[in-house]
Design a protein around this ligand. Structure first.
Ligand SMILES: [Zn+2]
Length: 148
């Protein structure tokens, strides 16, 4: 590991003991502002900006937290794999918010509402589902009425 060359540097300021990432050693430490010229150490080199970001974060973290942090990162990754399931129970409430003065659901607005609430289902699918449940009624090619 030591001595591997890369485009990005993990630089430690020996004045404040904080690390930062950069392509080359700057004149001053971005953390404490003191001159880096004779008070820095290059801890590591790497070739990816994301890798560098992680290295900086880990270096500046109290040692006892690093372990837990690694575990948290792993957890986050595995959470991403589980696809989020839409919460159908909030759909009628959202639809109700988007009724225009003709008693129809404003599709664009409904789409926005679904997005705002992190629902990933297509707006037409949502409306069909709602019509099965008796909340809305298709009243035209592209129009839906709210029943109630
Ligand atoms: Zn510093």
């Amino acid at each position: 590991m030591a001595g591997s060359r890369g485009e990005f540097l993990l630089i430690l300021c020996t004045t404040c003991d904080n690390a930062h990432g950069a392509r080359k050693v700057a004149a001053r430490c971005p953390r404490c502002g003191s001159s880096l010229t004779c008070s820095h150490k290059i801890l590591k080199e790497c070739n990816s900006a994301t890798e560098l970001q992680k290295l900086v974060m880990l270096r500046n973290m109290p040692e006892e937290l690093r372990d837990g942090f690694h575990r948290m990162l792993e957890k986050k990754e595995s959470a991403k794999i589980h696809k989020k399931i839409d919460d159908k129970r909030i759909w009628p409430k959202l639809a109700r918010k988007c009724v225009n003065n003709k008693g129809e659901i404003d599709l664009q607005e409904f789409k926005n509402e679904l997005m705002k609430n992190n629902q990933e289902s297509n707006v037409n699918l949502v409306l069909e589902e709602l019509s099965y449940q008796g909340f809305v009624l298709k009243s035209g090619a592209e129009s839906w009425m709210l029943l109630e």
